[in-house]
Design a protein around this ligand. Structure first.
Ligand code: FES
Ligand SMILES: [Fe+2]
Length: 397
């Protein structure tokens, strides 16, 4: 990110601090709960928001060295990411071309992938290199893995889930490309991975990264109740950044602008459309996190991935700090956020709330959900009116 952008953000924060008020959006948005529980909407989202669009599926650090692989998915479509012996990152559909068995699970290191069913064997560049009884097949039936468009840039892996899908890094990220560059994501290495089949709609996990209105309450025992409340919500097209200033930001008032440190004392949690959240890291936090929640088999189920990274080549002292950072983030995300999101989902499925409200301090939530709705052609106002059983009254208010 250009220094000018950082300075602009820091100045906005200082303005709000001087006024002693948080940033408020223009509207408090009441919206339907169908977005979390409706089966038809869920299927439409899988298609329109995931399977037809590029996805920020992983970081370079997830397949750091040649031969490293990482099996994950995009809305139920199994994806195998591999760094070939040539150092190139590739994405494949994770399925054998003989009769479709999944080739690799989890993550690890491999020189080749051998199918557990009949031993068709593929190189790390996806080529079929060996199989028993080769003569039992016609030559043109012996195919390599289906490769997907994949771009590696600025420490991130962008993949299109369709083999013929259009993929352009700068087009996808827009102005957020240079913003994310500033995080120096390439300088981090994987420290820890958490995966689970979570009983939440995939959007609950994204929502947790879009607002920090909840932070001093839900995370009072982990992040604590301190910190400035002057959070900023910055849109980059359909992607969003949530700026959290450190208390030290107020010291900038006493320093000439040209001497402000590059980080300007704020961190940023970045939500990349539709479901990836990258946050933490410098300044202030020793660990970077990458979160993806994929729609699984039903609206209230998601394949949840939470990965944590620290700066490469730490000394002993930095290692201990990174370890403590990992423990803290796991407590926050898995120990505090997840059970709360499961509770949201459970109450919605039980019909305990007819609608929900995103307030003026949950600005990014409203923006992101409106973008989802626009992409699938959903009219939230109509659904809210129907939920209240009185369209005329609601429309008039
Ligand atoms: S299904 Fe993979 S070798 Fe037969
Ligand atoms: Fe949280």
């Amino acid at each position: 990110m250009e220094r000018a952008k950082r300075i602009e953000i820091a100045k906005k924060v200082l303005d709000l601090v001087a006024k002693d008020e948080p940033e408020y959006g223009e509207e408090s948005w009441e919206t339907d709960i169908g977005r979390f529980i409706d089966k038809d909407r869920f299927e439409l989202e899988k298609q329109k928001l995931f399977l037809e669009l590029p996805q920020l599926i992983a970081l370079s650090a997830d397949i750091e060295n040649n031969g490293d692989y990482y099996a994950t998915d995009i809305a139920g479509k199994p994806i195998l990411l591999v760094r070939g012996q040539d150092g190139k990152a590739r994405a494949f559909l994770n399925a054998c071309r003989h009769r479709g068995v999944q080739l690799a699970q989890g993550c690890g290191k491999a020189k080749r992938f051998t199918c557990p069913y009949h031993a068709w064997t593929y190189a790390t560049d996806g080529k079929l290199i060996a199989l028993p009884n080769r003569e039992a097949f016609e030559p043109d039936q012996l195919r390599g893995l289906v490769e997907l468009p994949c771009i590696e840039k600025s420490g991130m892996l962008l993949v299109h889930p369709q083999p013929d899908g259009h993929l352009d890094f700068d087009e996808f990220f827009g102005p957020m490309a240079s913003y994310l560059e500033d995080f120096d994501i390439e300088s981090y290495a994987l420290l820890h991975e958490h995966r689970e089949l979570a009983n939440i709609n995939w959007k609950h996990a994204v929502d947790g990264g879009l607002e920090a209105y909840h932070a001093p309450i839900l995370h009072k025992d982990t992040f604590g109740t301190g910190g400035l409340s002057q959070l900023l919500h910055i849109p980059f097209g359909d992607h969003h950044a949530l700026i959290a200033p450190l208390e030290e930001i107020v010291t900038l008032r006493d320093i000439p602008e040209e001497d402000w440190p590059h980080h300007c004392y704020f961190s940023s949690t970045n939500s990349v459309f539709p479901n990836t959240v990258i946050g933490g890291g410098e300044p202030g936090l020793p660990v970077l996190f990458f979160q993806r929640s994929e729609p699984a088999d039903k609206p209230g189920e998601s394949n949840y991935v939470f990965r944590l990274y620290g700066k490469k080549n730490p000394n002993e002292e930095q290692k201990a700090i990174q370890k403590a950072g990992v423990e803290l983030f796991l407590k926050v995300a898995i120990g505090e956020d997840m059970p709360t999101q499961v509770s949201c989902q459970k109450m919605m499925e039980a019909g305990a709330v007819p609608t929900v409200v995103f307030g003026k301090r949950e600005i990014n939530l409203t923006r992101m959900h409106k973008a989802y709705d626009a992409m699938i052609g959903h009219k939230a106002e109509d659904a809210v009116a129907a939920a209240h059983g009185n369209p005329v009254r609601v429309a008039a208010e």
